[in-house]
Design a protein around this ligand. Structure first.
Ligand SMILES: CC(C)(COP(=O)(O)OP(=O)(O)OC[C@H]1O[C@@H](n2cnc3c(N)ncnc32)[C@H](O)[C@@H]1OP(=O)(O)O)[C@@H](O)C(=O)NCCC(=O)NCCS
Length: 382
């Protein structure tokens, strides 16, 4: 075997770190200022002042809606939420142990089969599909959650907004307006984040001129991993394991000695602070106060301080969101699917942008394997 000399380009970093892979007018992630901007508006301000539907309109259609536009958009979403018996039956037939993110991928693929715009990639068809996916995603996640605990899915309530309707479909109870508002804000913070791993996965698929549902299925697969969307579920499991605030420091010391990652901390792009985390932390605090149970929130703050001190690492959006969802009484297994239902807007907006000005995404790699091997016929191989 010849020696392989692997010449890596100067400044090469694994994982496409620092690589500009395209252009986008949807969101700006400014790591220097720790800022996230959706089409020119600060994401945290939108989370505080606008509804998830307004933000979805902004991301999909490029501007904030006026009252009439918003009303029409909401009516369209409400009308598109219900799942067909075919889609529901395919979810029912999954083994009860199916990972909910896998179930969501199945659900999205089933929705494609029935979608009237199928494989079309033109702007009008893509927008219709994007709205349908944004509307259907919460229904899919609520149905998956209920089936996971052996309960029948519920029909959507068209009189409720996206967040409130999700809470209703998941629990069957009339949603509390304040809790629905907090969920709505978390959904805005989760809605979009530039070329993150799942959006990039969607773009790679879309760039082959595959359809929007296939791109979203790719994105769901990428979001499932614990280094991406899966972190919110891992973070709550970690906090519940630590249990007591006084156990934080010894737990952290032992975890770092074992070289474990602290889930919900760190970020590839932000190196000082995740722009979404401060407002998500406020939402966790609001939720804790509302429930009259601040123990978990206090424990989370104590771990945040300890990780900062020990590793100079900060919590990302998933960390505080896990606390919010736990205090809402939502089952841990759907935290990542809930991230997906909120991110559906960002994914589909990016697919539309990609298809509007498509070029195949096909990077190269530096070969590090063997070269110049002499072929040996199979009957002479040891
Ligand atoms: C998000 C994440 C994948 C970014 O990874 P990255 O840019 O590839 O950074 P690296 O994993 O190379 O980490 C750089 C250094 O910080 C450390 N680090 C990063 N995140 C860490 C964490 N959560 N806990 C402990 N150490 C961490 C790494 O161990 C590494 O240290 P080293 O240089 O001494 O080996 C990473 O921070 C992580 O795994 N976080 C936990 C999962 C998570 O919360 N994901 C959701 C992201 S929104």
């Amino acid at each position: 075997m010849s020696d392989v000399k692997t010449a890596l380009p100067e400044g090469f970093k694994a994982g496409l770190e620092g690589i500009i892979a395209g252009t986008s007018a949807i969101a700006e992630v400014d790591a220097q200022k720790d800022a996230l901007v959706y089409r020119g508006y600060a994401a945290h301000e939108l989370a505080e002042k606008a509804s998830y539907e307004e933000v979805s309109y902004l991301l999909l259609l490029g501007k904030l809606p006026n009252k009439a536009e918003l009303a029409a958009f909401k009516a369209e979403l409400a009308k598109s939420r219900a799942l067909s018996p075919f889609v529901l039956e395919s979810l029912r037939r999954l083994p009860p142990t199916t990972n909910p993110m896998v179930a969501l991928r199945v659900g999205v693929s089933r929705c494609y089969i029935e979608d009237p715009d199928g494989d079309r990639t033109d702007a009008e068809a893509n927008l219709r599909k994007a709205k349908r996916l944004v509307a259907q995603a919460p229904t899919l996640v609520a149905a998956i959650s209920r089936l996971h605990r052996n309960e029948e899915p519920l029909d959507p309530d068209p009189s409720l907004d996206q967040a409130a309707n999700f809470l209703y479909m998941e629990s069957g109870a009339e949603p509390d307006a304040d809790v629905a508002r907090i969920l709505d804000s978390t959904m805005t913070l989760y809605a979009e984040h530039g070329f993150n791993a799942s959006t990039f996965a969607a773009l790679v698929t879309a760039s082959t001129l595959s359809d929007m549902h296939s791109a979203v299925a790719s994105a769901i697969g990428a979001l499932k991993g614990p280094l991406h969307g899966g972190a919110n579920e891992q973070a709550i499991e970690m906090l519940l394991k630590i249990k007591e605030p006084d156990a934080v420091e010894p737990w952290l010391k032992a975890a770092l000695e074992r070289k474990e990652k602290v889930m919900g901390f760190g970020h590839r792009v932000y190196r000082h602070q995740d722009s979404r985390a401060p407002y998500m932390r406020q939402l966790a605090e609001q939720m804790a106060k509302r429930m009259g149970d601040e123990k978990l929130f206090e424990l989370s703050i104590r771990l945040e301080d300890a990780v900062k001190k020990a590793k100079n690492l900060f919590p990302n959006v998933d960390y505080h969101c896990a606390v919010v969802y736990y205090l809402m009484g939502l089952p841990t297994v759907i935290y990542t699917p809930m991230f997906a239902m909120a991110r559906m807007t960002g994914w589909t907006a990016h697919v539309m942008e990609q298809h509007a000005s498509n070029r195949l995404i096909r990077p190269e790699c530096v070969y590090t394997g063997a070269r110049d091997l002499k072929f040996v016929p199979i009957d002479q191989r040891s």
